[in-house]
Ligand binder design. Sequence first.
Ligand code: FAD
Length: 322
Amino acid sequence: MKHGKKVDLIIIGAGPAGLSAALYSRRAGLDFEIVEKLMPGGQIIKTEIVENYPGFKENISGYDLALRLIEHCEQLGIKVRSSFPVNSIEYVPSEENGNKNKSYSFMCRSDRDIIWASSVIMATGAHPDRLNVEGEEKFIGRGISFCATCDGALYKDKVVVVVGGGNAAIEEAIFLTKFAKKVYIIHRRDELRADQILKDRAFKNKKISFLWSSTIEKFMGSDRLEEIFIRDKKEDRTYKFKVDAVFEYVGWKPNSEPVKDLVELNDKGFIITNSQMETSQPGIFAAGDVRDTPLRQVITSVADGAIAAVYADKFLHNITHL
Ligand SMILES: Cc1cc2nc3c(=O)[nH]c(=O)nc-3n(C[C@H](O)[C@H](O)[C@H](O)COP(=O)(O)OP(=O)(O)OC[C@H]3O[C@@H](n4cnc5c(N)ncnc54)[C@H](O)[C@@H]3O)c2cc1C
């Protein structure tokens, strides 16, 4: 018998999708483990206010919403194994894996340990994409940020730039007006993708100005970020712009690395599933932001997590060795 804990199901990631999958798995009486690279909660912890989660008309903070999900799990006796990043998942057929009585075919390896599982729910979410322009690497954490809630208060009475045109960019730009004296939104198109309610709020906010059809070409400064080069595509000109900070919200990259050789991914690396959250590899399911889905929000992530758990349960009951 190979070393490492053995479970019927491993849920990887304890954001909204993973926590919801854990709730449904517990209610189904599954033998499962939920593991998390950092601390439970996921990306939502990083936003000040969640205004669109049904049932919370009082605008709950992202942190409190995550806390409620965690507490709900704890109430059912679910313990998240934190600081457990799954670095790789290997498929080892039952005849080779040394687990005689059950087919624990997925070997999930972290720095510290191995967990063998008969099925997997990938609920690993996504991380912010970068602009990938000159100087960016040097100034991350020294003027370039991906989290207004974490770093916004550092820029009281300063000039900040937000890059992006989706909901996250506009929400965070509005949030930054609490601190900054001026917030410029740089967007590569000439209209925003964000929800109308957010657009209306941003257009009304006197501290916010828009730099349309523009992109950042270069970050500059000595020790900290001081200036950026902006390219205005419509005007066909490039100019220097003094800033204290730039907050980037230009999209997301999926955390699908551990299964990249096991399941089908789309051209951006998001995991392709059917409506039952099944991937191309029987026994591996995906839920939430890591999957190829038209909407990446808390509500869709928790729904995915529930569906993935229900179908993992069906899978586990159908495989002949159980
Ligand atoms: C600034 C901002 C504002 C937002 N505002 C809203 C909003 O107002 N309303 C709304 O509905 N949504 C909002 N969202 C989106 C929402 O946060 C996400 O859609 C949601 O958190 C996705 O949940 P998830 O569980 O799929 O992924 P995540 O929340 O990303 O959680 C994934 C978890 O998996 C862990 N993980 C990753 N890789 C591994 C690994 N290899 N091993 C172990 N663990 C791993 C991560 O550490 C993380 O905790 C916002 C997001 C941001 C960034």
